[in-house]
Design a protein around this ligand. Structure first.
Ligand code: ARG
Length: 529
C-alpha cells in the first residue's frame, strides 16, 4: 500500500495519539475467542531467571532474566494473562551440601551477620572439601566399579541424608533451609529491582507436591518406562521413545531422594492444576536443550500429550566475560567496566556517572540489555564494555540518548499541547518526515513478528532505525539528535518555522517518542519520564 505523504500523518498520528502506550499491542491475540471477548484471556506462565539457592548466579540466569522479562511483556501486549514465575533451585543436592557446610563452618550468628556472602563462602568451602570424594566416585565409575561404597560415607552420606530428612519433612532441616532461601530471595530482589524485573511467584523446586511426585512415578511405572538400575530409578529415552540423542535420566537416586527431572515433571503437573494455563514457556539456556526434550518426552510417555503441547522451551546461547557471583555483584562489576570504557571513549565530562566510578542503573541496564539483544538469542557472546560504550554503533546508551533528546526537543517546541485536529499535516510531507512516519506505521507488524519468533533483536533493530530516521530529521534543525557532542546551534540559512510548522513538528515528535517508548518498554528498557 502507498500513502500520499500528507495522508499518512493524517491517519497515523491521531491513531497513535489515541492508543498511546497501547500502540503496537494486539490484545486480541490472547483472547480465548476473539469473536466473543467475554470468554476471557488465555493464560501463559513464563518461567525465567530461576537461579539456585546458595550457588552462583551466572550468565545463563542473567540472560534468562532479560529474555524472560521480554517474553512476558510481549505476551501481555498481545492480550494474554501472564504469570511471571521464578523456579528457584531451592531443593535437592546443593541444599544438602550447603547444610552440611553450615554444620561444619558456620553458626546462627555468622549466618545472621554474613547474609548471602556468607552462604556463598560456606558453599565454596564445602565444595572444596567434597571434591576428592566426587573425584573418587568419578574414577570408580570409569573403572566400572561399584560406587555405593563411596556414596555411603563422608560428605556424600551427610549431604544425602540431609536431603532425605528435608524430603521427610524434618523440622530442623526445614528451618535452616528456610533461612537459606529467605537470604537468597532478599539478595535477588535487590538485583531484580535494579533491572526493573518483577515476579508474581517464587515457585521453587521445593514447591513440587510429594503426592504429585508419587503420582508421576506410579504412572511411569504403569507405562513400563520407569526402570530400576543399580538401586536408582531411571527412564531410558532411547528404548522407550526411540529418541537416540536423549539417553537415560535418573529420576530418583539410590539414596531415595528425588532428582531434577522428576521434580520438573511433577512441577509441570502441579502448575497446570494450580494455574490452569493455556501455555507455559521455560526460558532456559540451550545447554538444557536435551534436558527439556527429556522433560517433554516424559510427559508424552505418561500419556499427557495435551499438557506437553502447551509447553515451550525458549532457549538462548551463553554469555562470557562476566565477573562476580551474585546478581548485584555482576551488575556492579559491569557498571564499573562500562564506566571505564565510557571514560576512554568520551573523556570524563560526558559520563552519566553515579559519582563513584560506575554508571547509573538506567544506563547500565540499557547497555547490558541492548548488547544481550543485539543478535539472535541462540548466539553466544562476550560481555564487552567497550562495545556498550562505543558512540559509533547502535547501543542501549544511544537509544536512551535519543529518548532524552526527543524529550528536550518536545520541551523546546512546546507551544502548549497539540490536539490532533488542529495539526496542519501538509507541514509533514517532506521526505524525511515521510520516512519516519512509514517506519512508525510498521511498528505493530514488527511487534507481531517479534511475538511470533520471540527474537527481541528484531524489535531492537527496528528501534535503531527509528533513531536513525529521527536523527536525519533532526539534522536540519537546531536540535541535536546525534548524541551530545555534535555541533548544534541554529543554522543561519534556515528560516524560523511558523507556529503551524512547530505544532506539526511537535505532534510528530510526541508520537515518535511514543513508538520508541512502547518498543523500549516491551524489551525491558528503563524509560525516563
Ligand atoms: N535452576 C536451574 C539452573 O540453574 C534452571 C531451572 C530451569 N527450569 C526448569 N524448569 N528446569 O540450571
Amino acid at each position: 500500500m502507498f500513502f500520499s505523504p500528507d495522508t499518512l500523518p493524517r491517519l497515523l498520528l491521531p491513531y497513535i495519539r489515541d492508543r498511546k502506550s497501547l500502540y503496537g499491542h494486539d490484545l486480541s491475540q490472547g483472547l480465548r475467542d476473539p469473536t466473543l471477548p467475554d470468554q476471557g484471556k488465555k493464560k501463559v506462565i513464563v518461567e525465567f531467571s530461576s537461579p539456585n539457592v546458595a550457588t552462583d548466579f551466572d550468565g545463563n540466569h542473567l540472560r534468562s532474566t532479560f529474555l524472560g522479562a521480554f517474553v512476558a511483556n510481549i505476551y501481555e501486549a498481545m492480550g494474554w494473562e501472564v504469570v511471571r514465575l521464578n523456579y528457584l533451585g531451592d531443593w535437592g543436592k546443593q541444599i544438602g551440601l550447603l547444610s552440611a557446610g553450615y554444620e561444619k563452618f558456620s553458626s546462627d550468628e555468622k549466618l545472621q551477620n554474613g547474609g548471602i556472602n556468607h552462604l556463598l563462602e560456606i558453599y565454596a568451602k564445602i565444595e572444596e572439601l567434597f571434591r576428592p570424594e566426587q573425584d573418587a566416585r568419578e574414577k570408580a565409575k570409569q573403572d566400572k566399579q561399584n560406587t555405593a561404597d563411596i556414596e555411603g560415607k563422608g560428605i556424600f552420606a551427610q549431604r544425602d541424608s540431609i536431603v532425605k530428612s528435608l524430603e521427610d519433612g524434618d523440622e530442623a532441616a526445614l528451618a535452616l533451609w528456610q533461612r537459606f532461601r529467605d537470604i537468597t530471595i532478599d539478595e535477588l530482589n535487590l538485583g531484580y529491582g535494579r533491572l526493573g524485573v518483577k515476579f508474581d511467584e517464587y515457585w521453587g523446586e521445593s514447591e513440587v507436591k510429594p503426592k504429585t511426585i508419587v503420582e508421576v512415578e506410579d504412572t511411569l511405572k504403569e507405562k513400563g518406562v520407569l526402570e530400576e538400575s543399580d538401586g536408582s530409578w531411571m527412564v531410558d529415552f532411547v528404548k522407550h521413545a526411540g529418541k537416540k540423542g536423549l539417553g537415560t535420566q535418573i529420576v530418583r537416586g539410590r539414596d531415595g531422594s528425588t532428582r531434577y527431572l522428576l521434580r520438573d515433571i511433577a512441577g509441570a503437573l502441579d502448575r497446570s492444576r494450580k494455574f490452569e494455563f493455556d501455555k507455559m514457556i521455560y526460558v532456559v539456556s540451550s545447554r538444557q536443550d536435551n534436558y527439556f526434550q527429556q522433560l517433554f518426552t516424559s510427559l508424552e510417555l505418561m500419556g499427557l500429550s495435551d499438557l506437553k503441547q502447551k509447553l515451550q522451551h525458549v532457549n538462548f546461547g551463553s554469555i562470557q566475560g562476566l565477573k562476580g557471583s551474585l546478581l548485584s555483584n555482576i551488575l556492579n562489576q559491569c557498571a564499573i567496566g562500562i564506566h571505564d570504557a565510557l571514560r576512554e571513549e568520551h573523556g570524563d565530562s560526558d559520563i552519566d556517572s553515579d559519582g563513584v566510578g560506575s554508571i547509573s542503573d538506567m544506563s547500565l541496564v540499557s547497555g547490558l540489555l541492548a548488547q544481550d539483544m543485539s543478535g539472535r538469542r541462540g548466539h553466544s557472546y562476550t560481555f564487552d564494555p567497550k562495545k556498550i560504550a562505543s558512540s559509533s554503533s547502535h547501543t542501549g546508551l544511544v537509544l536512551q540518548a535519543c529518548h532524552r533528546v526527543l524529550n528536550a526537543s518536545i520541551d523546546k517546541l512546546n507551544t502548549s499541547d497539540v490536539e490532533a485536529a488542529e495539526v496542519d499535516y501538509t507541514a509533514l510531507s517532506d521526505d524525511d518526515s515521510a520516512d519516519l512516519l512509514r517506519l512508525m506505521a510498521q511498528f505493530p507488524d514488527v511487534v507481531a513478528a517479534t511475538y511470533k519468533s520471540l527474537e527481541p533483536h528484531t524489535l531492537l533493530s527496528y528501534l535503531y532505525k527509528v533513531v536513525s530516521s529521527l536523527s536525519i530529521l533532526g539534522e536540519g534543525e537546531d536540535e541535536e539528535f546525534e548524541g551530545e557532542g555534535d555541533e548544534g546551534g541554529p543554522s543561519e540559512a534556515c528560516e524560523k518555522p511558523s507556529l503551524e510548522e512547530k505544532k506539526a513538528q511537535l505532534f510528530l515528535y510526541q508520537n515518535a517518542q511514543q513508538v520508541l517508548e512502547n518498543g523500549m518498554r516491551l524489551l525491558g528498557f528503563p524509560v525516563a519520564s
